[in-house]
Design a protein around this ligand. Sequence first.
Ligand code: ARG
Ligand code: ZN
Length: 880
Amino acid sequence: MKDAQPRTIYLKDYQAPDYWIDTTHLTFDLYEDHALVTAVLQMRLNDDIGCGGALPALVLHGEELDLVSLHRDGEELESDQFQLAKGTLTLPVEQPRFQLQIVTRIRPQENTSLEGLYKSNGMFCTQCEAEGFRKITYYLDRPDVMSVFTTKVIASQARYPVLLANGNAIDQGELENDRHYVTWEDPFKKPSYLFALVAGDLECVEDHFTTMSGRDVTLRIFTESHNIHKCDHAMVSLKKSMKWDEEVYGREYDLDIFMIVAVDHFNMGAMENKGLNIFNSSCVLASPETATDATYQRIEAIVAHEYFHNWSGNRVTCRDWFQLSLKEGFTVFRDAEFSADMNSRGVKRIQDASLLRTAQFAEDAGPMAHPIRPESFIEISNFYTLTVYEKGCEVVRMIHTLLGADQFRKGTDLYFERHDGEAATCEDFVKAMEDASGVDLTQFRNWYSQAGTPVITVTDRYEADTGDYHLTIAQSCPATPGQEHKQPFHIPVGLALLDEQGELLPLNAEGIHAEGDKEKVLSIKQTEETFVFKGCKSKPLPSLLRNFSAPVRVRYDYSKDDLVFLMKHDTDSFNRWDACQRLGVMAIEQLVEQSEQAVDPQLVDAFGAVIADPELDFAVKAEMLCLPSEASLAEQAEVIKPLAIVAARKKVKQAIAEAHSEALLALYNELSYERDYRPEATDIAERTLKNVCLGYLAAEDDAECLQRLAEQYNDASNMTDRRAALGCVVDARHRDERLVERVLTDFYDRYKDDANVMDDWFAVQSSSAELGTVEKVKALMQHDSFDPTSPNKLRALIGGFTRNMTHFHTAGGAGYEFLADRVIELDKQNPQVASRVMMPLTRWKKFEPAASGLMKKALQRIKAVHDLSTDVYEVVNKSL
Ligand code: ARG
Ligand code: ZN
């Protein structure tokens, strides 16, 4: 039960807890229709709390629990000796130290929210972050209460041969009636959100890692037996992560065993529970036949991310949930750098910047905008956002840029040393960086407190007689909810100047210590700053925000010629790609405004030059040849006109395909050769580029092209190539409906037993401009392979549909009504997923009037529902 009027919680109200829990002994008795949980807690008064004589009452969190019994220091408390209210259990305290024994009955089998203890495919598993532990027992379920946990799991031996929890197994044995138990002890203090338990019929792959101090660590990845052959890539990724964290951060693993368990029903990607990471199976399992290159890379990144949390999150955790970015922003930065080291650094940067600019900028411009350290929330689950994670990563990256790698490392060493075993704040992190490096980050802290995407506007002037080049950088930041006016940010702006030959000029200007350097990061702090560069023989062309040095928008009046020049000559991969994107946006926006126009010939030529460029590496070439996505075009539009965007983008793609069909085909053929599948950067680059070419070739209107698609689909020896062909076939439906049906059926027959691949089968249809009508999506919801309790399936089908600009935004609003119905229905089952899938509706103000009004109406219908979860309540109320 939730409050009728959910309460807002504020960072400024933070208070330390009245009591600590030194040790936590848990016993789980798992049965088929319920579980009994016995918690024995050693409680201690927090001496820092002034209580003036009487000891404060103890208020424990608890939700959806049946209290069976409650003992304090061995004495049973009767029901008139404590109070049970919505979400809490309050009891009087008589001694500064005491023991509680709490027995609760819970029903994991009926837990559809997937928070707390629940069942997925017959196995028991947990998800406690952020506030799920309170669905297991009464507890101080807040991250600043850290305790040493022991966990005894008892269950049927036949059904659940594998019993896991955090730490090291210290005891096990058999009991009567086919029951057995295992006891686990985690020697490290941790908050309840890092607790985990798994019980199931699982197999595991095992490997070992020797740490830098020579300790042997056992590594195990558990999954259902039919997936056991798909764990190798995750294992390789884990070992690489362990090594990288030792080399780059000096961080060693601290337990004797590290386990990963793959589960099918999971609200997010994965969870860093101490010593026992639990993963969405889609982020662990891979084989060449079932996983694309993108999935392989995603697995590597997420395995690393969760592993890295062992230090940035577990050893040093968060004081409260407003500090979430302390662990998430930092850990995303760590995994991004790891992926850059393992693969193509340039491409990783392009992909991350692209995601940030498309999705995080949209969040910053929407009704839920918040700083990376939010000041208030109603439901913390709504703040696991691109802002907290990805913008949080960019903020850490800016510190890295401003300090340099060596000082940054000194800063992280100091941070880990100072706060090991503690629950820390974002302020602690910044302070450690400052203290270690001597760099003043006072103004930099605005990145933690202010929401919104800053805009830097760059203007310039060249004086031919003196050779002076004046470059002025002005910054501003649009208002966001609750923050009308912003203080200026401290922004690192990567800069180079190109001369007429495309060579980088030495940067000679007063006030910047770059004498003679050709690249420099300017440290911008004022609302407006001007730099005068000396000795320029002609007007230089600026290359701005190199390597995407800050999460900001850049306004500079580049002509199309300038952009084509940068595409060719800039030495910064990110900016080369960005020039391409800018040119693409210009060309597509022209058509959105005036659809009968011809496609900009300059763009078509420039893409031709990219295709033909023999020097460009394949990975960057592939990125450059991708036109701005529909989502990115929508984000950059003043007013979003969905159907016009789809049509304009398609027209531009077709024009490029027609003009360069020979070159594209030649490149496609050059890259189409048989080889064994390896998920290595060079191979991935070739496959990606090949399939980008295929995408263009498929845009052409001839029979030969359909033939080519069918061939690649049939002959593919890996999922990357097969999936790429499938996407193109679906897009070509208007030309050959029967081919589409045949291929979709074939795909289904091949992979119907693989839940993760079937997700994609649903997504490819629901997101298709050709196929994904409201009716089709409704029909797919009734399909035998659709599991309405699986977040992955819901995200694939419904999420895919909301990304489908053509049909989600269909005239009349049937798409919005469909989504509102799903949100209302899902809210009763899984509030976290309900609140996620409704996000696209919250952007209603940015759409053209016809769409906007109908989107608003759908939101109002959701708002009118009684007993909304706090998750959906918060999103719907903030967006209307
Ligand atoms: N800490 C996890 C990670 O990023 C995410 C868990 C979020 N869970 C949730 N229910 N919001 O690695
Ligand atoms: Zn994380």
